[in-house]
Design a protein around this ligand. Structure first.
Ligand code: NZQ
Ligand code: ZN
Length: 391
């Protein structure tokens, strides 16, 4: 196991009706004037936004509102949010929504305290050292942004989807009421489940040895997702299955399962080009890319893929031909994704093989290589898109 530092300072408030305590937690973390940031309207429709506003008012906390954060959130609204916060002397950003709303909130939080263009953090020009405090009321189990220090934004100029991160962006508190996720559509629920599994696999595929505790934690999260996702798909109101998925989504990405080991993250990078170009759901893009990536890199460490196949997907170990076991594990993963309604090919996603040149060009590594498990250059990225296109 490698040396590591791990600080996950977010205060989690979990369970039924807990959103009614939002004001208490904003106050606890010294918020006096809040930017109430939300998405395309689901929180208005469900009445959640009104409950959150009442809770703020009960504690005497003022707020200004900014709705409209889109899935794959855009830079335009971030600039608008930064301007609004400065004009209104906002000192706390409250995200009410999913990963997109939270990521947009984090970008605004970082931008308000920075003299330059907030995009500098995403283009790699500046390091993220400081941000306004962010709190979240989560409405979908997926991105894990409620516990992570990460944010992903798409810049409209060139439609570049890029990430930034820093511990200063970890939310001060996150309120997780699984009942709030009961209104998420079946498709978005499955996209979220796929993203959660992908966050674990990005960490699971590592070259670091002697990482039994995090290996086993990773496996337990994926096994949970394999058990619980079909339960919420067949019964969207199943609170207990929703609760397990919601906590799995947090644990999958606050890095507790990733400490002390190298991590890969190429599937995410390769996927981000798809959601930037086609505006598809991030989880759907991952369902197409992850199995293709696995097939491409499998030979790098067949025994790690066999471990996945046997411990997670219940495959029999073929000691004479381990690559048969590894491939069987990948195929079972793909079958699981199909069974929950995810696309697993370019065709099913609506992506086009003709766009591969563009996708490879915009993948921001120049002539370099990227990835913590297998280092990939542009020609490797192309090969992975081609596998997905030929499925
Ligand atoms: O916008 P509204 O109207 O709220 O509708 C949303 C949106 O259409 C809807 N939704 C959310 N909660 C709902 C609901 N509909 C009904 N009832 C509810 N309770 O679901 C749709 C998707 O929401 P979104 O926030 O986009 O989903 P998700 O949480 O999957 O976030 C995706 C974004 O997170 C990024 C992705 O790249 C993508 O841009 N990621 C962020 C990460 C991070 N910050 O750590 C890590 C991830 O790897 C990921 O890249
Ligand atoms: Zn993700």
């Amino acid at each position: 196991m490698n040396n590591f530092d791990f600080c996950s300072p977010t205060y989690f408030v979990f369970g039924k009706d807990r959103e009614n305590e939002t004001g208490v937690y904003v106050k606890k973390y010294n918020g006096t004037k809040v930017l109430l940031h939300y998405g395309g309207g689901s929180v208005i429709k469900t009445g959640l936004l009104d409950r959150v506003k009442s809770s703020l008012s009960k504690e005497g906390i003022g707020y200004v509102e900014l709705g409209g954060a889109a899935p794959n959130p855009r830079s335009g609204l971030v600039y608008e949010g930064i301007k609004l916060c400065k004009e209104e002397n906002v000192d706390f950003i409250l995200a009410v929504g999913g990963g997109s709303v939270i990521d947009s909130s984090k970008a605004i939080a970082a931008g308000v305290l920075y003299d330059g263009d907030f995009w500098d953090f995403y283009s790699g020009k500046a390091a993220l050292m400081n941000a306004l405090p962010v709190g979240t009321v989560l409405t979908i189990a997926a991105a894990g942004s409620e516990g992570s220090g990460d944010t992903v934004i798409t810049h409209e100029d060139g439609m570049l989807k890029r990430g930034a991160g820093g511990d200063c962006l970890r939310p001060k508190f996150s309120i997780l009421n699984p009942a709030l996720t009961q209104t998420v559509s079946t498709y978005q629920t499955a996209c979220g489940a796929t993203d959660i599994i992908a966050h674990v696999f990005e960490r699971y595929f590592t070259n670091t040895t002697e990482v039994e505790v995090t290996d086993r934690l990773c496996e337990s999260i994926i096994l949970t997702m394999i058990k619980e996702t079909p339960r919420v798909i067949s019964n969207p109101d199943n609170y207990d299955a929703r609760a397990n998925i919601m906590w799995a989504g947090m644990v999958a990405h606050n890095n507790i399962v990733g400490v002390g080991r190298t991590q890969d993250w190429n599937s995410h990078g390769i996927e981000h080009e798809l959601s930037a170009l086609y505006d598809c759901a991030h989880g759907a893009g991952l369902a197409v890319i992850m199995p293709a990536w696995m097939k491409y890199v499998m030979k790098h460490d067949i025994m790690r893929f066999c471990q996945m196949a046997t411990r997670i997907f219940g495959c029999e170990m073929n000691f004479a031909q381990p690559e048969v076991t590894a491939l069987e594990g990948i195929n079972r993963f793909k079958q699981f994704l199909s069974s929950i309604g995810m696309p697993t090919s370019f065709r099913e996603l609506g992506a086009k093989a003709d766009d591969i040149d563009y996708l490879v060009d915009t993948f921001g590594i120049g002539d370099g290589k990227t990835g913590g498990f297998v280092q990939l250059a542009k020609e490797d990225i192309r090969a992975i898109y081609e596998i997905a296109a030929n499925e």
